[in-house]
Design a protein. Sequence first.
Length: 84
Amino acid sequence: MSKNTAIAADEAAFAARLSDLTVGRFALASTVIDYPGASIGVVTSTPEDHDIDELIERADQAMYRLKKNRRATRRLSDGGENNT
């Protein structure tokens, strides 16, 4: 496994652990919400990474990839209905 692949796997695992902490069933008035967890974008940096905007952009991209993958998985699990 390459160093970049290992780092990406660590980032994904950390984001998944954080997201799992927010999964739950919440009752609001007469509505029950099954919340799949927060979409969290995690990136790593080195001491040489001084461009905070680039780091935020990378984290944002990671978060939106997670959202897209989660929606695709949910559509497959519910028979193809379009959930947003």
